[in-house]
Design a binder for this molecule. Structure first.
Ligand SMILES: Cc1ncc(COP(=O)(O)O)c(C=O)c1O
Length: 437
């Protein structure tokens, strides 16, 4: 059998995998038409029809409403903007606590800080990897105002239980669906279950407009507040007759007509792209589930998974070497680049638990836990969320080899790399001992 690439042998494959590019002729044509019109954006920060943006922004919003079965969709220039606007719309303020997940992209947890509130980290469910109802309950306080739920990697959180807690305690729920467009939970799309759902259209998501996002809600008051926050709301509240202006100092979260033109076509492709992701993920689930100690993430009954990343659980005892050594060795068998060099397509863990970031430990802001109006004690130390830490440092690994565009041969090469390393894992024991501290 060929020697492992990490030990100097020939890799399973050196040819790059196809780049992921969901942009086609329709998007190019639509962008060309906007360019020809000269109207690359049509927002006006005044009480005028164009306060709500140009025709393509509105078309994108109409399509989004239909696709997700929601009453209001507000296009924004990123999911980060959408999350910030969601906090503002929910009336989050200094002194409030917002319960968040530690295992997510940073903006899902910084959003409360933007409005002076304090992020309170609750641990994740060991299977779906999203914030768990039991850890939310354990973190409730009289100061809790809202919960930000992230459907991480594309698997839905336990929304029914989370909504029950929220209703019982009068809390607002914002769903971060950046990684989970059209994931379903008991027949309902995530994003349409909580009070506000936020989607991302950045370039590494399922569908994209380069940068962009959409916030959705069924609540007309929240929709109005999102629209005001998107576009200098303070300027229009008098003419519009808006009564509640708390937090309504607006930003510029506006999506351009160029981006909306792309989004109008991208949304039509979403279901097809998800089908491909699911089919490719099923291939790896089947193949890798034959390797003792490697377990594909199960999809909870009643849910569908959007597979932004495909996640596996690694049992070091059963495999016999540490996860990081195994994954490094698999990575060495395959070309590292997908869209660009340096972008790893396989990784151990995800992001460091967010409460370990410096901004939560040093005086990065006078708001949140440092605000004089905050009467609680926010904890951000190691050990705060043991399931998250165990997943990140020992158990979880993920890859993006299931993206659409991979041929059967490409998928086979990846599976072969996993098998090759698995079969020869004992040759890595020395390496494991050195690196496994
Ligand atoms: C879970 C999650 N939330 C929020 C964001 C922020 O999205 P955007 O880049 O559109 O601001 C991302 C982006 O990677 C994400 O993965």
């Amino acid at each position: 059998m060929a020697e492992l690439a990490i030990l100097g042998g020939t890799p399973v494959r050196t040819a790059l995998f196809p780049a992921y590019n969901p942009i086609g002729a329709e998007e190019k044509q639509a962008v060309a038409e906007v360019m020809d019109s000269g109207l690359l954006s049509s927002y006006i920060g005044a009480w005028h029809e164009d306060f709500y943006g140009g025709p393509l922004v509105r078309e994108l919003e109409a399509k989004w409403r239909r696709a997700f079965g929601v009453r209001h969709a507000v296009a924004v220039n990123s999911a980060t903007s959408g999350l910030y606007a969601a906090m503002g719309a929910c009336g989050v303020a200094p002194g409030d606590e917002v319960i968040v997940s530690p295992y997510t992209m940073s903006a899902s947890a910084t959003a409360p800080l933007i409005y002076g509130a304090t992020p309170i980290f609750a641990d994740i469910d060991p299977r779906d990897l999203c914030i768990s109802p039991e850890s939310i309950r354990a973190r409730l306080s009289p100061r809790t105002k809202a919960i930000i739920v992230v459907h991480i990697f594309g698997h839905p959180a336990r929304m029914e239980e989370i909504m029950a807690i929220a209703r019982e305690h009068g809390l607002l729920v914002v769903e971060d669906c950046a990684q989970a467009p059209m994931s379903r939970c008991d027949g309902r799309y995530v994003g349409a279950i909580g009070d506000i759902g936020v989607f991302s259209l950045n370039y590494h998501k399922h569908i994209h407009t380069g940068e962009g996002g959409v916030a959705v809600t069924d609540n007309p008051d929240l929709a109005e507040r999102l629209e005001l926050l998107r576009n200098h709301g303070e300027v229009v509240v008098d003419d519009k007759g808006t009564r509640d202006i708390f937090n309504i100092i607006g930003y510029n979260y506006r999506l351009t007509e160029l981006q909306a033109a792309i989004g109008v076509h991208q949304i039509d492709k979403l279901e097809g792209l998800l089908e491909k992701r699911r089919a490719n993920a099923a291939f790896f689930d089947r193949e890798l589930s034959g390797l003792p100690g490697i377990e594909p993430q199960p999809v909870r009954q009643g849910c569908t998974h959007a597979y932004y990343n495909q996640v596996f659980f690694f049992d070091q005892e059963r495999v016999g070497i540490p996860r990081n050594v195994f994954i490094k060795a698999v990575g060495a068998e395959l070309p590292s680049a997908y869209l660009r060099e340096r972008v790893p397509l396989i990784g151990y863990g995800y992001v460091k638990p967010l409460y370990l970031q410096r901004i939560y430990h040093e005086h990065a802001t006078d708001c949140g836990p440092n605000c004089p109006r905050y009467l609680g004690v926010a904890e951000y130390g190691p050990g705060l969320c043991p399931i998250t830490e165990n997943m990140h440092y020992h158990v979880l690994f993920n890859h993006e080899f299931h993206r659409p565009g991979m041929s059967d041969g490409d998928l086979r090469d990846v599976a072969d790399a996993y098998f090759k390393v698995y079969e020869q894992r004992h040759t890595l024991r020395g390496l494991a001992l050195e690196q496994g501290k």
